[in-house]
Design a protein around this ligand. Structure first.
Ligand code: SF4
Length: 111
């Protein structure tokens, strides 16, 4: 049973690490729009089994308003809106606005 989805919000990243398995970098193309996020989260809701939504990249904080709105959308659909950035185990490159994220969704785990 599928209980979680991982949304690679963007492939763009301010780093370009050799070991990056999604080949992110400053010139990487491909970033979700809000309308695309609505479609994906609508489909996830139809499954009826999704409990976790992870927002990853690339660096999702480069598209902070979209990431926050994605968490809000996930929350409004009774999906858990969680933010998880691959960069959390790379390095803290950008400020993390936990308060905004917490108010946007049910965030009981920030990885
Ligand atoms: S910081 Fe992370 S996401 Fe960015 S290029 Fe390096 S491994 Fe990839």
């Amino acid at each position: 049973m599928l209980t979680g989805i991982h949304i690679l919000l963007t492939f763009m990243c301010n780093f370009a690490c050799d070991q990056c398995f999604v080949f992110s970098g400053p010139n990487a193309k491909g970033t979700f729009t809000l309308s695309q996020l609505h479609i994906v989260l609508d489909e996830a809701t139809k499954l009826g089994t999704i409990e976790w939504v992870f927002f990853e990249g690339g660096e999702p904080f480069l598209f902070y308003p979209t990431m926050i709105e994605g968490i809000r959308i996930a929350r409004s659909k009774a999906l858990s809106g969680h933010k998880k950035s691959i960069l959390d185990f790379c390095s803290p490159k950008v400020p993390i606005f936990y308060e905004d994220i917490a108010s946007a969704g049910s965030v009981n785990r920030l990885a």
